[in-house]
Design a protein around this ligand. Sequence first.
Ligand code: SAM
Ligand code: SF4
Length: 374
Amino acid sequence: MEAGDRVEPQTEELRARRPLFEATADELRAWTVEQGHQAYRVRQIQQWAFHRRASSFEAMTDLPLDLRRRLDADWSLFATAVAFRGESPDATDKLLLKCRDGRMIECVLMTEEHRRTVCISTQVGCGMGCVFCASGLRGVERNLTTAEIFDQVLQAQNLLPLGESVSHIVVMGMGESLANLDALLAALDRVCSADDGLGMSQRRVTISTVGLPEKIRKLAAQDRQYHLAVSLHAPTEELRNELVPVNEKVGLTAVVQAADDYFRITGRQVTYEYVMLGGVNDRHEHALALGRLLRGRKSHVNLIPYNPVAGLPFERPDPDGVRRFVATLRDRGVSATVRKTKGQAIDAACGQLRRRFESAPSPAFVSPLTVEVS
Ligand SMILES: C[S@@+](CC[C@H](N)C(=O)[O-])C[C@H]1O[C@@H](n2cnc3c(N)ncnc32)[C@H](O)[C@@H]1O
Ligand code: SF4
């Protein structure tokens, strides 16, 4: 598949069959024996599905034909269909995936020298309403299912050459991750399972949240190794209330306390994300206040230069100002770095590709919308 092409769904059509990944190895073994085949075939099926990039059951050529046909009748390899693939010159691929109900979700694959990182979504839209973010402009439509979350990793992995795998996951796409925590955890468990998943290390997964204190504590209690990123964006209650409306109910202090608890319970250092909006939260006084808030806390600040969203009144920050902001934090003993903005050419900020796709479909976009999903 070439980037930017019209994309037909996988050779396998999306039908209302159960996604293969939902079955545990034991369940699939029982099903395989029921079909009159030996249980060891399950290892082959899962190898094809999760590591050998099969695009259909038909392509699993070392399985008996009869078993391939039965698989095709009862199971689906994917829960979504690739509707559009965009590629950026900075080695970033963005996939727009169509769900069975016709809704679109986004994921991004970023390829660096030693990393293959996929950024995944957890909801269609978002209900948190951060004023600078494209994801929340129309509110939340629904939570993604476990299958739809897992599928994003699988579909992104399928873009890589055989022998290369997704090495890292960041849950930083559309939606508030912790508002769909149970489905997310179930999907990540399978992604990280060496027995019947992709075998990824939990330590290479970062979950980003707007900061829902009770959910942060619930995540901390899961006995998992996930890295937590908290989207702070402002050093004072007043400014955070303006930028992140949910803060009015939650409160900055409660968010930071929950993040402290996450570190205390898991021993994993928390990252604070801070989107820098030109002239809004990027001034020296903001750096000083952020330094005061985080000084002495075992944390790291990730500054994200704003990626402008059409129709929203925010601008990128001045690069020299960003450098001064970092220096001010570091002078106060707060660890901080600036994130490289990848994928702008393909709208790789959350929710932007879907929005462009839905609001102004160009001829190149029309074909995928006609994909039949039953
Ligand atoms: C899209 S959110 C998804 C995860 C979760 N809802 C959260 O807020 O952390 C991931 C990160 O992207 C940031 N973000 C949203 N819109 C952005 C934009 N236009 N430019 C840069 N970063 C953006 C958010 O502030 C957040 O830190
Ligand atoms: S930044 Fe995160 S929480 Fe805020 S609207 Fe966007 S996706 Fe939702």
